[in-house]
Write a protein that binds this ligand. Structure first.
Ligand code: ZN
Length: 290
């Protein structure tokens, strides 16, 4: 199932995407079945029972809306945590001159950075080096601490495309990267949360990023240094992972700062992050107004 958060008449709702008669449509899950929560966090809290009920609702629903008649938002509009992993692809560690890490590098974005598909990435007027990073995002569905690797995927609600927008000038000022990573609009995610039952193996997905049509990153999640279960096990040694938390698993090679000459985002660019079975996240890039 492809779960979305959408706005209609200014109200945020939970929906499921489907294709009907060749058209992309959205079923409003709470409207079709009032026992289903009307928002993503509430839905994830209920867990498997909500997913199974939603599947049967979608199978029988008649009242679809055209995708064009709603505004998609970030599937999880305000994640409790956005946990990012750095240097998690071999080729990216090499291009940035870093050793293959012994432990995952972890930094954060705050929920105020979250935007959805087609919402603009705003280039802050204080940064001249804003870069793209396409990533597989993992959304937690079941709460847990000290989750063993062998059970880690049972804690995953699903996957989405994630954009770790990065202001390299701010990021590199100190050893801690968070300040360059959490500007407003620097955490685009979507377009849908694809439930984990549709992606039994998250380590065999092609990932491709284009900037204004030019392919700049092309890899596969099989090149991850730390796997999704390893990351969940490691992070949950430290913190309780909760429904709606998002883990961004790191970016492959090809980022703008490592190019010769460097290629940073500029107003008018459009970034597209496409992940096999997960979908394509597209965001325009705009300048910050005064
Ligand atoms: Zn990243």
């Amino acid at each position: 199932m492809r779960l979305v958060t959408f706005a209609r008449d200014g109200v945020m709702r939970l929906g499921a995407l489907r294709t009907r008669a060749g058209r992309q449509t959205v079923v409003d899950l709470n409207q079709a079945e009032p026992r289903l929560p009307a928002d993503m966090l509430g839905f994830l809290e209920v867990g498997d029972a909500a997913r199974q009920l939603a599947e049967s609702v979608v199978a029988h629903a008649q009242a679809d809306m055209d995708l064009g008649d709603v505004v998609l938002k970030a599937p999880v509009p305000r994640p409790g945590k956005i946990i990012c992993i750095g240097l998690n692809y071999r080729d990216h560690a090499e291009e940035t001159g870093q050793a293959i890490p012994e432990y995952p590098t972890v930094f954060s974005k705050y929920s105020t950075a979250t935007i959805g598909p087609f919402e603009p990435i705003v280039l802050p007027r204080v940064s001249q080096k804003v870069d793209y990073e396409g990533e597989l995002g993992v959304v937690i569905g079941r709460r847990g601490r000290y989750i063993p690797e062998s059970h880690a995927l049972e804690h995953v609600a699903g996957y989405l495309a994630f954009h770790d927008v990065s202001a390299r000038d701010f990021q590199m000022r100190t050893s801690q990267w968070t300040i360059g990573k959490t500007f407003d609009t620097f955490a685009p995610m979507g377009p849908a949360l694809v439930t984990a039952d549709e992606i039994p193996d998250p380590h065999s997905l092609s990932i491709r990023v284009t900037v204004s049509g030019e392919v700049v990153q092309s890899s596969n999640t099989r090149n991850l240094i730390f796997s999704v279960p390893q990351l969940i096990a490691y992070l949950s040694q430290v913190m309780t992972l909760e429904p709606g938390d998002v883990i961004a698993t790191g970016t492959p090679g090809g980022v703008g700062v490592a190019r010769k000459p460097p290629r940073f985002l500029k107003p008018g660019d459009e970034v597209r992050i496409e992940i096999e079975q997960v979908g394509a996240l597209v965001n325009p890039v705009v300048a910050e107004s005064e």
